[in-house]
Design a binder for this molecule. Structure first.
Ligand code: TUI
Length: 315
């Protein structure tokens, strides 16, 4: 399946693995790149030295193109922006902000730049600033999200920019991929689907919760702070919702203290009570652990089949 995205990135399948802080380390990113998609190491708020060693470990597993994500709320964003250049990373994605100030330097270093956006306005600004592609992420996705759904956002971004668009949020199989392509996307970014893979090194509890999830298992917390986050409905998410409902200065302070480090508690410790288990709405579609290769190949084969034979449904 050739698109402007496979050409731009030098990959076989137009599937990008979403950057998930604490989750997307070298095993996962290397497995996705090795399978012919684009694997991405999540910078999160990790120190630059740790991310450097993750990049180098991924390079030992595969020589295929590799991406790094910079979460722009991170205090380390400047360091990681330089690290990407030093380590000759092929592709950068960004999240949770506007990477405008970095783009010229990244482009000068030959890096392909793909900002994640949740609005048409930011997509246009990024295209003007020299981005190579736009990742339009709908609120079906896990982690930090915007307000629009993938179905509404993707075609509006496609209409607003000339560079290729990657759809993200709520895509877990060939049906979602085919639908994204019909909206004008030329690639997809998937996060949650890779939580349920053999090469994803997270706690057993996290995987168990994702596999057990249904369509209504996720909630959005953090709206009052201006940083809404979608995660599985666990004790921590319920506590956040309660404290947000109270809405006093004291309850919001308590909330901030409770959520600090809670993603790490989910990913590494499998701490059901205190962890934040970020996940997209499609967790309900995931029933078994698979290899990254199976995920990438089966999605593409199913999407191709659906797109090629779509006309038969309406004869
Ligand atoms: O960034 C993500 N997903 C994330 S980041 C993260 S770590 C975190 N934890 C708690 C609070 C905040 C972050 C967990 N998941 N996805 C990409 C994404 N970017 N989704 C939405 C956006 C976004 C939103 C607003 C990008 C830009 C934006 O506006 C920036 C501007 O200045 O206009």
């Amino acid at each position: 399946m050739k698109t402007r995205i496979t050409e731009l990135l030098g990959i076989e399948y137009p599937i990008v693995q979403g950057a998930m802080a604490w989750v997307a380390e070298h095993h996962l990113a290397a497995a996705v790149s090795k399978a012919g998609g684009l694997g991405i190491i999540a910078g999160g708020s990790a120190p630059a030295d740790y991310i450097r060693s993750e990049i180098r470990k991924a390079r030992e597993i595969t020589d295929k193109p590799l991406g790094l994500n910079i979460m722009l709320l991170s205090p380390n964003a400047d360091d990681l922006a330089q690290l990407a250049i030093d380590e000759k990373i092929e592709v950068l994605t960004t999240g949770a902000g506007n990477p405008g100030k970095y783009i010229a330097n990244w482009k000068a270093a030959g890096i392909k730049v793909m900002p994640v956006v949740a609005s048409v306005a930011l997509a246009k600004r990024m295209a003007r600033a020299g981005a190579d592609a736009i990742i339009a992420e709908g609120m079906e996705g896990g982690g930090h999200i915007g307000e629009l759904t993938t179905m509404s956002l993707v075609p509006q971004v496609v209409d607003a920019v000339d560079i290729p668009v990657i759809a993200a949020g709520g895509i877990a199989d060939g049906r979602g991929m085919a639908a994204a392509f019909m909206l004008g996307a030329e690639g997809v970014q998937c996060g949650t689907v890779f939580l349920a893979t053999n090469e994803c090194y997270i706690s057993d509890k996290y995987k168990e919760l994702v596999l057990k999830a249904t369509d209504i298992s996720t909630v959005v917390t953090g709206r009052p702070s201006g940083h809404p986050v979608r995660s599985l409905k666990t004790p921590m998410a319920r506590k956040c919702l309660e404290l947000e409902k109270i809405g006093t200065e004291q309850s919001l302070e308590e909330l901030e203290a409770a959520t600090a480090g809670s993603l790490r508690k989910a990913v590494q410790d499998g701490n059901y009570e205190e962890g934040t288990f970020m996940s997209g709405q499609i967790a309900g579609m995931l029933a078994e652990l698979r290899s990254c290769e199976t995920v990438v190949q089966s999605m593409t084969i199913q999407a191709e089949e659906l797109l090629k034979n779509a006309y038969k449904r309406f004869e």
